[in-house]
Design a protein around this ligand. Sequence first.
Ligand code: ADP
Ligand code: 5GP
Length: 212
Amino acid sequence: MVDTHIKRRGLMLVLSSPSGAGKTTISRRLLDTDDNLSLSISATTRPPRPSETDGKDYYFVTPERFGAMVDDGELLEHALVFGNNYGTPRAPVERALETGRDVLFDIDWQGTQQVRETARDDLVSVFILPPSTTELERRLHTRAQDSEAVVHARMAKAADEMSHWAEYDYIIINDDLEKSVEQVEAILTAERLKRERRVGLRAFVETLRAGQ
Ligand code: ADP
Ligand code: 5GP
């Protein structure tokens, strides 16, 4: 396909949602099928869940190490979520964007606001809503990796988080998983075709105009 030969700057695809709405599930599906997309692995002071691996799901760090990363400017954004620190390491993102690779971020609305301020042109933001509150609670329970107290705290915060939906470029209601994945893929396809990102287009059109 000719498209792939035209140099392009990578984009930052941010997925946010209240906890339990399905952004991790959707992210995994996208990452499995899209070779040009890689996940930004955040640093966090939260303890790992049973299924999580250090360096794959998160970099699990101490509060001291996290503080040093902030002080040294190593993080693109950072926020306190549910009493734990979370932040995005800057260097891998910058490397990826320059080489035309797209980066997927599972970050909250506070982090998205910071990225919007510093890198608006690279950002494509998607907010994922659950189909209902009852279903959100059911999903938090079926994930069954957090204690009852943690599930309650996350439900209590869901309304707060959802109040930020209108700050996002796209909104997806994650009822049917297959449909939601298709919708994010459609967003990615369209955003990759944006003229501003396709920095190689000018040269390509010049060759066309020169009849080469
Ligand atoms: P988040 O990353 O937003 O906190 P997860 O992706 O961990 O949420 O999803 C929470 C739970 O809901 C998981 O058990 C997941 O399998 C389930 N889930 C996600 N999307 C759907 C969907 N469309 N329909 C039914 N269950 C879903
Ligand atoms: P969890 O503990 O369920 O993995 O994540 C809790 C919340 O923290 C989610 O809303 C997730 O999007 C957010 N989060 C994860 N990593 C980051 C990050 O690097 N920065 C910000 N701002 N939020 C994050």
